[in-house]
Design a protein around this ligand. Structure first.
Ligand SMILES: Cc1cc2nc3c(=O)[nH]c(=O)nc-3n(C[C@H](O)[C@H](O)[C@H](O)COP(=O)(O)OP(=O)(O)OC[C@H]3O[C@@H](n4cnc5c(N)ncnc54)[C@H](O)[C@@H]3O)c2cc1C
Length: 574
């Protein structure tokens, strides 16, 4: 059967915050261009929808770009690129105001100005919010606005399995329609990846099931390096058991963290967060919680040790007005009403600082291939992201990648039909073989579980050489065992087992890059904390890590200079 081929000017993979913002930017830059937007789920189900706390941008009189810039540089432990950060802070307020014009209901102060709340590592109240359902409102506004543009053609519930690249130029994607199991070629003169993060490589995470690092793996296998993958963010406050997030807004609104003796340990002991206390950055607070537990000051629960997040002093009125979802989630999932009792929490994997290596335009080393949002590493976040910078990042760099992709697409032809068809035919054969694989000895669920377990034991909040090496070895074995996986479902219609098998392969790529880069970085910086190398080492490691795909062997790990600027590296203390 002939493989169907559809052509657009620009193809966007992902319908979350970054993908939708990119699509709108393309449509506005040139109304003549047609845009194909592929998403493995209906766009409103993208992970962006679950963001709770808010989006950062300078809005108040006591704030300025210099402060937002420095907070971000310091938060990144000096591994963020300063040109990127300066551009980001300047664009941020414009993007959030634009979103309001498209319908986003930002919460307001009494006088009608935009309300902002405090967030970790930020030196003033800078986080715009719409109660604590920020991602829902942002994504809704973007999605509805995107519907005004007829030239945005959606391919929902379609799974991109491969980038089609010819002589170093991307020509489109191979996309499997999950509904009927048919693979198509979707051609574009530029492709933007906006596929989100890879938190599911860990067992205990706030991330939705779809966050399997697909786009990172697509780019990586096509030859683009993954950057700074060793930096994995733990959010200090997840619900034990499920990993459901209790937003940082709970602390932004004045919540306290307490140990089993009811001490505010961030105030009582020196964990580097100074007077910021509960509003210190996420990496430091996550480490403090682990240290408290190790010192015997944790509370014992059904899912291991935990700390308490105490909101009782805030009062019902404030909790209901500012963080109603926090109350809803804790009542629903752990039967605790935070008005009356503290919420049990523990650190939980939340966000990937690393991702597809891009420049400030979102451009990668493959011509015509762009990336934005959580799947990309434009180097805004360096070694540790500040909460609420990432939703804004999706807007600022989604828009920029969209505009730059338009410029690129003007000077480029469509590529050779025969070459793309040959690649797509190979892809059909590969997927058919997988779909019909009944003979293997391995189960997807077991391999995924083993991958999760080794990532947690080797690449958790605290790391050391031996356990990281053990993770690398386990991942090597999992990679080989992956070839022996067998599927039970041979159908074409909504074959979620087939999708899970391909997602697992993508997760293995991401996990391997995390573990291999972590071993090489023999220092502690941001979220990468090694017990055997407890200090930051600017002499030897003030650079980005790059993981290059090597067929049949572990990635080659290289480096890339950090773009410094007016903010000189200094000790990171609050
Ligand atoms: C619970 C939670 C709360 C958060 N709260 C905040 C917050 O308050 N403030 C903040 O700044 N950040 C927050 N974050 C982080 C932030 O929400 C995310 O980093 C951001 O929304 C990512 O957006 P994205 O567009 O890059 O990806 P996503 O929203 O994850 O979207 C990815 C898209 O790619 C598509 N896709 C993926 N793979 C494929 C494939 N193979 N084929 C086709 N399509 C594919 C998916 O269908 C989806 O549409 C939170 C994250 C979580 C998990």
């Amino acid at each position: 059967m002939e493989i169907e081929s559809i052509s657009h000017d620009i193809v966007i993979v992902g319908g979350g915050g970054a993908g939708l913002r990119a699509a709108i930017a393309v449509a506005e830059a040139d109304p003549q261009l047609s845009i194909g937007m592929v998403s493995k789920v209906y766009p409103m189900r993208s992970h962006t929808v679950s963001a709770e706390g808010g989006a950062a941008a300078v809005a108040r009189e006591d704030d300025n770009f210099e402060m937002h810039g420095f907070d971000t540089v310091k938060g990144s432990d000096f591994l963020g690129d300063q040109d990127v950060i300066q551009y980001f802070v300047q664009e941020a307020p414009k993007e959030l105001a634009l979103l309001e014009h498209w319908g986003c209901p930002w919460s307001r102060n009494e006088d009608g100005s935009v309300a902002t709340r405090a967030f970790g590592g930020m030196s003033t109240k800078r986080t715009w919010y719409a109660t604590d359902k920020v991602g829902f409102h942002m994504l809704h506004s973007l999605f509805q606005h995107s519907m005004r543009f007829e030239q945005i053609v959606r391919y929902d519930e379609q799974f991109v399995t491969k980038l089609l690249v010819e002589d170093g130029v991307v020509r489109g994607v191979a996309s499997l329609n999950i509904r009927d199991g048919v693979l198509r070629i979707i051609r574009g003169r530029a492709v933007i990846l906006a596929t989100g993060g890879a938190g599911k490589i860990f067992p205990f995470t706030t991330n939705g099931n779809i966050k399997t690092g697909d786009g990172m793996s697509l780019a990586y296998r096509a030859g683009v390096p993954l950057k700074d993958m060793e930096f994995v963010q733990y959010h200090p406050t997840g619900l034990p058991g499920t990993g459901i997030l209790i937003t940082e807004a709970a602390r932004g609104e004045g919540g306290y963290l307490r140990n089993k003796d009811e001490e505010r340990f961030l105030v009582e002991r020196d964990y580097g967060v100074g007077t910021k206390a509960e509003l210190g950055p996420r990496d430091m607070i996550s480490r403090a919680i682990i240290q408290e537990i190790e010192a015997g000051r944790g509370l014992e629960g059904a899912h291991g040790q935990y700390m308490n997040l105490d909101l009782t002093h805030l009062g019902e009125e404030k909790i209901q007005a500012r963080i109603p979802m926090v109350r809803e989630l804790s009542k629903l999932y752990i039967d605790v009403d935070p008005v009356e009792a503290p919420i049990p929490i523990r650190p939980v994997v939340h966000y990937m600082m690393g991702g597809i290596d891009t420049d400030i335009d979102g451009a990668t080393s493959i011509r015509g291939l762009y990336a934005a949002g959580e799947c990309a590493s434009v180097s805004l976040n360096g070694a540790n992201r500040l909460g609420s910078n990432s939703l804004t990042e999706c807007l600022v760099f989604g828009a920029r990648a969209g505009r730059c992709a338009v410029d690129f697409s003007r000077g480029i032809d469509e590529g050779s039909d025969a070459n793309l068809r040959a690649q797509a035919e190979e892809e059909v054969a590969r997927i058919e073989a997988l779909r019909n694989k009944r003979s293997g000895n391995e189960k997807i669920s077991r391999l995924r579980e083993e991958l999760n377990t080794t990532m947690e034991s080797g690449c958790g909040v605290y790391r050391e050489e031996g356990s990281m090496q053990a993770s690398c070895e386990t991942i090597d074995v999992i990679k080989q065992r992956l070839a022996d996986v067998s599927l039970q479902d041979g159908s074409r219609v909504f074959n979620t087992e087939l999708i899970a098998a391909m997602e697992l392969a993508n997760m293995v790529d991401c996990a391997e890059a995390v573990a291999r880069c972590a071993v090489v970085r023999k220092e502690s910086r941001g979220a990468h904390t090694r017990r055997d190398h407890p200090h930051r080492d600017d002499q030897n490691f003030l650079h980005h890590s790059l993981a290059y795909y090597e067929p049949g062997s572990p990635p080659r790990v290289g480096t890339k200079p950090v773009t410094l600027g007016k903010w000189e590296p200094e000790e990171r203390k609050y």
